[in-house]
Design a protein around this ligand. Structure first.
Ligand code: Q46
Ligand code: ZN
Length: 302
């Protein structure tokens, strides 16, 4: 196996690109994929401040690393979700990485800042843990970005994540979610722009990137992920990808190019019904926003 770029001995193959790379050319390839994604979706304008949501996992630390190497003005944001040892450990990885690069890590903790954690919140609100967690993270990413004067929030969603989300939305023909599925969600009244610069990079590649660059990350899965539908969708897509490399990427990018423009109007309509939450000021379509409702049910305070 020879490196596609320098013809030296390769250490990793990327079957969907029908290519193999040596360590140096592979990290460059990852950076190039991210740079190309940022440019083609106009994710970050010159001089803009970026806040990258860092969980301590491979995707988010790899993204932070790549954005720093590309020269962006980027700080990290770690959210303590109060998921026992998993949260303690993941926070440590995020802090260690920040220290290793002399980078700034903004921290927010649900238990100490809002008086509840994800296990309690999900039980109190009778929501699946990942649903309570997802809505809390969205709220807190946005709030941290607005409070800190950041223009853009970047998350580490990779190709496998986005293809699995798309697969789930298609299986249910959920047009509202399909309309919102984009690598870039525009900013606006009460919203920071949200971007996913890793959509062209696969999960196996972010792991390899971290290993090659000597970046430590939390390997354990979140204990609350068990039974999560998302995992089943990923496995189904992996089975297809194994026999037909490139399918995952064709599925996602075919949707983004050809179908997303047709369903975008559904998301637009939703945005028009937004007004500030009377409790916290975040944009919402209901009387009180989902995060404030969750915090109230869990006995905390937004
Ligand atoms: S942290 Fe939260 Fe994930 Fe854990 S509870 Fe689910 S959504 S699995 S990325
Ligand atoms: Zn609110």
């Amino acid at each position: 196996m020879r490196c596609r770029s320098c013809r030296g001995p390769a250490i990793i193959d990327v079957r969907r690109h029908n290519a193999a790379f040596c360590a140096t050319c592979f990290t460059k390839h990852c950076r190039d994929q991210v740079s190309r994604t940022i440019d083609s979706y106009r994710m970050i304008d010159t001089g803009q401040k970026v806040l990258v949501a860092v969980s301590g996992g491979k995707d988010s630390v790899a993204l932070w690393d790549i954005l720093l190497d590309l020269g962006y003005d980027v700080d990290g944001l770690y959210i303590g979700l109060g998921i026992g040892d998993y949260s303690d450990e993941s926070g440590r990885y995020a802090r260690d990485y920040a220290r290793s690069r002399g980078a700034t890590l903004v921290e927010v903790a649900l238990p100490s800042d809002y008086g509840f954690d994800i296990p309690t919140g999900s039980r109190a609100a009778k929501r699946a843990p990942c649903s309570a967690c997802g809505l809390s993270k969205r709220h807190l990413f946005n709030k941290a970005a607005l409070d800190g004067g950041y223009d853009v929030v970047a998350t580490g969603h990779n190709l496998d994540d986005e293809a699995a989300v798309l697969f789930g939305n298609v299986l249910r023909w959920d047009l509202a979610y399909l309309g919102r599925q984009s690598p870039v969600l525009p900013g606006g009244e009460g919203f920071a722009r949200k971007v996913k610069p890793l959509v062209r990079v696969g999960e196996r590649e972010t792991a390899a990137y971290c290993v090659i660059k000597g970046i430590d990350y939390i390997v354990d899965e979140c204990p609350m992920a068990a039974g999560n539908r998302h995992i089943g969708y990923k496995e189904a897509l992996n089975a297809i990808e194994a026999v037909s490399p490139g399918t995952k990427s064709a599925f996602l990018f075919g949707f983004l190019e050809r179908v997303a423009p047709l369903v975008a109007a559904t998301a637009e309509e939703e945005r028009e019904g937004l007004h500030p939450c009377p409790e916290c000021g975040s944009p919402t379509v209901s009387d009180v926003c989902a995060f404030c409702k969750l915090a109230a049910r869990a006995g905390g305070a937004a």
